[in-house]
Design a protein around this ligand. Structure first.
Ligand code: GUN
Length: 282
């Protein structure tokens, strides 16, 4: 069994990105900038954003966190995004989710310039990704994709089963694996026999938010199992996969924590650099 060490793979990716940033600095006399908008004081969001900033600085990016109380008016956020869209020192814009109920998530996402949309959530990027055109790719599925490719470079004809159909993970994950010529099944809460679907899979990506849902007898021997879940339970943080038992069957598996999480942040930095490079050639 291969334990997919996301921490190590993300550290390697950050090292490459750091080198790239220093080359870009020489070439363009400036560095990519990431602006993050954080609304309210939800603890997980605060932690994510802090980690994002720490990593951004580590690779040499310019990082800027803009904080608002959860009572902030929607217009203030839309105006700020408009300002960041026009700011040449800002390569990438991320609005940390979830948002307070009085702010329309769709309006906020659509306000971000698609060329600065480091999350890949703008409908233009979603459409481009599903059409197989150049697009920004959401960070978590991109991180999962890189981990899978790290284990198996040729995915032609592999059967991939994705658990969860969210815009953040499940749907873009399916697009990335389709591009690699996998046969992709997206499953969800209404799927009739999830165990049977998983048992047929060469690759399982669990991104559903149910603690230890995926069991040992759901997984074919030699399958690759990617666990996107981060669930708080009495016994601490666990994924969507029952790691202890599934790791006895799988060919390769990501731990939680230390699997997908570090890759998500590294991919955010990668996307910020990507936005910067595209803006320089336009
Ligand atoms: N909240 C949890 N995950 C994410 C993410 O990938 N992007 C944003 N913007 N917010 C999140």
């Amino acid at each position: 069994m291969i334990l997919i060490d996301g921490k190590k793979i993300a550290a390697e990716l950050r090292k490459e990105l750091k080198e790239e940033v220093s080359n870009l600095k020489i070439k363009y006399k400036k560095v990519p900038g990431l602006s993050v908008i954080l609304i309210g004081d939800l603890a997980p969001s605060q932690i994510y954003v802090k980690n994002k900033e720490k990593s951004a600085i580590e690779v040499g990016l310019k990082s800027n966190i803009i904080k608002y109380p959860d009572t902030v008016k929607e217009k203030v956020i839309l105006d700020k995004i408009d300002e960041l869209n026009k700011d040449e020192t800002v390569s990438g814009i991320l609005v940390q989710l979830p948002l307070p109920n009085h702010i329309d998530k769709q309006k906020v996402i659509e306000m971000i310039d698609p060329l600065k949309d480091v999350d890949g959530f703008h409908p233009i990027n979603v459409g481009n990704l599903s059409s197989g055109y150049q697009s920004m790719i959401p960070c978590t599925p991109l991180g999962c994709y890189l981990l899978i490719k790290n284990i198996e470079s040729d995915l032609n004809g592999k059967k991939a089963v994705i658990i969860g159909r969210s815009n953040l993970n499940g749907k873009p994950m399916a697009q990335l694996l389709l591009k690699e010529n996998c046969t992709v099944t997206i499953t969800h809460s209404k799927t009739k026999d999830l165990k049977a679907e998983c048992l047929a899979a060469d690759i399982v990506v669990a991104a559903v938010g149910i603690p230890e849902l995926v069991k040992r007898d759901w997984i074919k021997k030699d399958a690759i199992v990617i666990d996107v879940g981060i669930n708080k339970t009495d016994k601490g943080i666990v994924g969507d996969v029952a790691f202890d038992e599934v790791s006895k069957n799988a060919k390769a598996i990501t731990p939680v924590p230390g699997g997908v999480g570090p890759m998500t942040i590294a991919c955010l930095l990668k996307n910020t650099i990507e936005c910067f490079k595209r803006s320089q050639v336009l």
